[in-house]
Design a protein around this ligand. Structure first.
Ligand code: BT5
Length: 325
């Protein structure tokens, strides 16, 4: 079971380089010595390395740079978000798996993570580059008690949560939110969000919140298509990113903000969003499915709708689209 393995790992980590004996672990956890040994084998398969000191026990010598449930649970501080984890080495798209799991009744806060995606996607079926082991390619199944119409602003809530997590862990960088679903650092995209929905006419059954976050890529990891527009946290922060800690922090902020959003609507998060946004006040070009507008991004409504003031003074409300700053 995951929790026993986590407990063993936690105790070995807490020992801070001192040896922890298998017998001691078995006694204090109330399981057999063989059970402990099996869990140690399984941890080794996940990439943890140990030195066994004769007669003394195990010393942890290395942790994997992975997003395995064990790694995430080490940092996780939430009630529901991330408490059910589906973890894969390779997937087509975590969105596809999430759709299926949501239909089968997966609980609120279930997450799906792939180390690599072969068909990662953005909005309108655009491709999303998801190189093996470098980023966070995750979908969260969220079941908020809101109407489909209200849910359209949820992407903005996610953007605030991810920004908070990044800022908290890496004080030297500050992402800016580009409406509706991008986080930029120094003008380059480090995160994209894709929110899909399963709903009835008046009730959301599930939101499938895809987060694509570039964590440890170096320049050579980006294809020529996006080399000029993409960046990673590592490139900007100048240090290796602990993806598991980052995922745990994103989940914690998202759980908090989602609660607020369900109780009080997007209006309760709007001020934070405005502070983090690089869109408001800028001259922008908006492309929607059918039209193109140009003007000043003059504000965001309590419903999360973007307002654009054209040069002739006409105010347009933009529900969805792409903007160029
Ligand atoms: C997005 O779409 O930005 C939403 C991306 C969501 C990806 C996550 S990963 C987990 C989950 N599973 C999935 O299959 N998807 C979600 P959009 O705003 O349409 O932007 C797409 C555009 O971003 C592409 O056309 C490229 O120009 C650019 N792009 C592609 N991969 C990128 C990357 N790794 N980093 C930065 N930009 C990228």
């Amino acid at each position: 079971s995951i929790s026993m393995k986590d407990e063993i790992l936690k105790r070995i980590l807490a020992a801070n380089g001192e040896a922890v004996s298998g017998q001691e672990l078995a006694d204090s956890l109330g399981v057999s010595r063989t059970a402990i040994w099996k869990h140690m084998q399984s941890l080794q398969e996940e990439g943890y390395t140990f030195e066994t000191v004769k007669k003394k026990g195990y010393v942890l010598t290395g942790v994997p740079n992975s997003l395995s449930p064990t790694q995430i649970e080490l940092f996780l501080n939430t009630e529901r978000f991330g408490r059910e984890i589906h973890y894969f080495d390779v997937v087509d798209s975590t969105q596809i798996i999430a759709h299926k799991l949501a239909q089968e009744g997966a609980p609120d806060g279930t997450i799906i993570i792939g180390e690599e995606q072969t068909a990662g996607r953005g909005r309108m079926a655009r491709p999303w580059e998801s190189v093996n082991g470098t980023g966070v390619w995750m979908t969260i199944i969220v079941r908020p008690d809101v109407t489909p119409q209200q849910a359209s602003s949820y992407t903005l809530v996610v953007a605030v949560a991810v920004t908070m997590a990044i800022k908290t862990l890496y004080k030297q960088i500050e992402p800016a939110i580009k409406w509706p679903n991008d986080l930029l650092i120094n003008g380059k995209k480090c995160t994209g969000i894709l929110t899909e929905m399963q709903a009835e006419a008046d009730r959301v059954q599930a939101l499938l919140v895809g987060i694509g976050l570039n964590a440890n890529q170096i320049e050579a990891d980006f294809s020529p298509d996006i080399a000029d527009i993409a960046t990673s946290l590592r490139l900007e922060a100048g240090e290796e990113i602990n993806r598991a800690a980052l995922v745990a922090s994103i989940l914690q902020y998202l759980e908090q903000f989602t609660e607020l959003y369900v109780k009080e609507g997007f209006a309760s998060i709007k001020t934070l969003w405005e502070q983090m946004s690089c869109t408001i006040g800028q001259r922008i070009e908006v492309t929607t499915l059918r039209e193109r507008f140009e003007g000043i991004a003059s504000g965001i409504t309590d419903e999360g709708v973007l307002q654009l003031t054209e040069d002739n003074g006409t105010v347009r409300t933009i529900y969805a689209g792409d903007i160029k700053i």
